[in-house]
Design a protein around this ligand. Structure first.
Ligand code: NAP
Length: 257
């Protein structure tokens, strides 16, 4: 796990960062890494208890953390997240859109309208809406990262429509980068397989897990720290000439040419 000793960089000192869906898993790993690099971090998710626990955990590492409940599909909660952040810190320098849902493992010819709607609502539409709510408060030189997936490049069996929604985020990254330049850079991170609650039905099955590991060149699953490190790079000045790109962080799983 990343800690203050291992992460000596202070690239993000003085920055204000919001990470959606950040009370566990990859979102929490990203929030922790941004905080360890000096950012003030606003964590959020649907449940107050989870928000409180995440804030306490980050504060125990010496991170300036603040929490606001926000279901990304709820307009008033999105506004509240941005307003509370601006009331406390005055602006938004970094926004990481990490929330996603995978309501079905049905094939494309069998998936229900309800599951299709939810995939659109949470994974694509709410991503745009979170950025709309943040836009008036984004500072000059600010940075947005959208969390896509390796599945956005290679649709996985049982994850077909989820994969397509993640492909949409690759296009959204480019479209937003064009609209928001030069004030705000917009990039993406496409994680490989990371053993979180979300992916537990894959990574806790020994046969599936070893099948995934053998698909990677590095012969292991990803970690939340791998994802936090990639996001920290993209939002830092080290990536100041990068916008509209998605970095695949998947241990070498085939993604493109
Ligand atoms: P996770 O460990 O299950 O964590 C999900 C987090 O999201 C929790 O903090 C949860 O807290 C919050 N959340 C869920 N629905 C939400 C909503 N509608 N609004 C706001 N917060 C919500 O999941 P994860 O694996 O870290 O996944 C994070 C992102 O990485 C997703 O975009 C996923 O598609 C992507 N990803 C994951 C993998 C992987 O292998 N794990 C691979 C590629 C991409 P509450 O329950 O309190 O809301």
């Amino acid at each position: 796990m990343a800690d203050r000793v291992a992460v000596e960089a202070s690239r993000l000192r003085g920055k204000v960062a919001i990470v959606t869906a950040s009370t566990q898993g990859i979102g929490f790993g990203i929030a922790r890494r941004l905080g360890l690099e000096g950012a003030s971090v606003v964590v959020s998710s649907r449940k107050q208890k989870n928000v409180d626990e995440a804030v306490a955990s980050l504060k125990s590492l010496g991170i300036d953390a603040f929490g606001v409940v926000c279901h990304v599909s709820d307009a008033s909660q999105r506004q509240n997240l941005m307003q509370k952040t601006v009331d406390k810190y005055g602006r938004i320098d970094i926004l990481v859109s990490n929330a996603a849902s995978n309501p079905s493992v049905d094939t494309l010819v069998e998936i229900s309208d309800k599951a299709l709607d939810k995939l659109w609502e949470v994974n694509v539409k709410a991503t745009v809406q979170v950025i709309q709510a943040a836009a008036p408060h984004l500072s000059e030189g600010s940075s947005i990262v959208l969390i896509s997936s390796i599945a956005g490049y290679n649709p996985s069996a049982g994850l077909a429509m989820y994969s397509v929604a993640k492909t949409a985020l690759l296009g959204l990254t480019k479209a937003l980068a064009m609209e928001l330049a030069p004030k705000t850079r917009v990039n993406g991170v496409a994680p490989g397989f990371v053993p979180t609650h979300f992916a537990s039905y894959l990574t806790e099955n020994e046969a599936i897990r070893s099948g995934i590991e053998s698909q990677t060149l590095l012969k292991r699953l990803g970690t939340v720290d791998d994802m936090g490190a990639a996001v920290a790079f993209l939002v830092s000045s080290d990536a100041s000439y990068i916008t509209g790109e998605t970095i695949v962080v998947a241990g070498g799983i085939q993604s493109r040419l």
